[in-house]
Ligand binder design. Structure first.
Ligand code: PGA
Length: 252
């Protein structure tokens, strides 16, 4: 059985002190009897302080992005080693805002994923179709490309460090959530791709999160779908009560 993984991506929100306050609130309010992995993903600057505030709690800290080189003349970038030193155990790669607002290609996403795995860190690989792609019936082909370019050839030992997040671009920050059926359908398709690539046993072990306007009111329905193994939450993760409500939705 896959343990649900609920992660809150704060995006470009929260100063250091606001982030610490949210982290502390969350540590206090988190339902300790829900068997799920919980993580927060603050902006870079808040990571060290948030990680310190969460020390001794099971809440993990991740980063929203990373650069693939270890060090050197890459102005503005942050390496895996720096993230680990600051208290992160994982990072997102290929979030739709990085793909669509900041122009990241599948090739760039793959370099970041490889760098994280080489640094013994975990990865959440985000994939998802745009509205135009869904309407043109290209959802599956888009997912096929993103999942294969993201993971083809990853060694079976490192695969346990990977979570996939299915985030339909049209559902992110729009209040328009995928229906439970749409989510399950896409997740089952992704699981099929993973099975093709890595075999049944490995594919069954990989967690696939859903992301896109997850809220306390829809979390339970989405998270009880057979192939939905958690949530990647944006807006609703910015408040301890609503994020806690989503964690409740992961109760099995
Ligand atoms: P949202 O964002 O929950 O605000 O839709 C999800 C995400 O981008 O991960």
């Amino acid at each position: 059985m896959r343990k649900p993984f609920v992660a809150g991506n704060w995006k470009m929100n929260k100063t250091i002190s606001q982030g610490v306050e949210l982290a502390k609130n969350l540590a206090e309010k988190r339902p300790s009897n829900v068997d799920a992995d919980i993580a927060v993903i603050p902006p870079f600057l808040a990571i060290p302080s948030v990680a310190r505030a969460l020390e001794g709690t099971p809440i993990r800290v991740g980063a929203q992005d990373v650069y693939w080189e270890e060090s050197g003349a890459f102005t503005g970038e942050i390496s895996c080693g720096m993230l680990r030193d600051a208290g992160c155990s994982f990072a997102l790669v290929g979030h739709s805002e990085r793909r669509h607002v900041l122009g990241e290609t599948d090739e760039i996403v793959r370099k970041k994923l490889d760098a994280l795995l080489a640094a013994d860190m975990d990865v959440i690989l985000c994939v998802g179709e745009t509205l135009e792609e869904r309407e043109a019936d290209q959802t599956n082909s888009r997912l096929d490309t993103q999942v294969k370019s993201g993971l083809q050839g990853v060694s079976e030992t490192l695969l346990s460090r990977v979570t996939v997040a299915y985030e339909p671009v049209w559902a992110i920050g729009t209040g328009r959530t995928a229906t439970e059926e749409q989510a399950q359908q896409a997740h089952a398709f992704i699981r099929g791709l993973l099975t093709e690539m890595f075999g049944q046993q490995k594919a069954q072990a990989i967690r696939i999160q859903y992301g896109g306007s997850v809220k306390p009111s829809n979390a339970k329905g989405l998270l009880s779908q057979p192939d939905v193994d958690g949530a990647l939450v944006g807006g609703a993760a910015l408040d301890a009560d609503s994020f806690t409500g989503i964690i409740e939705g992961a109760r099995r």
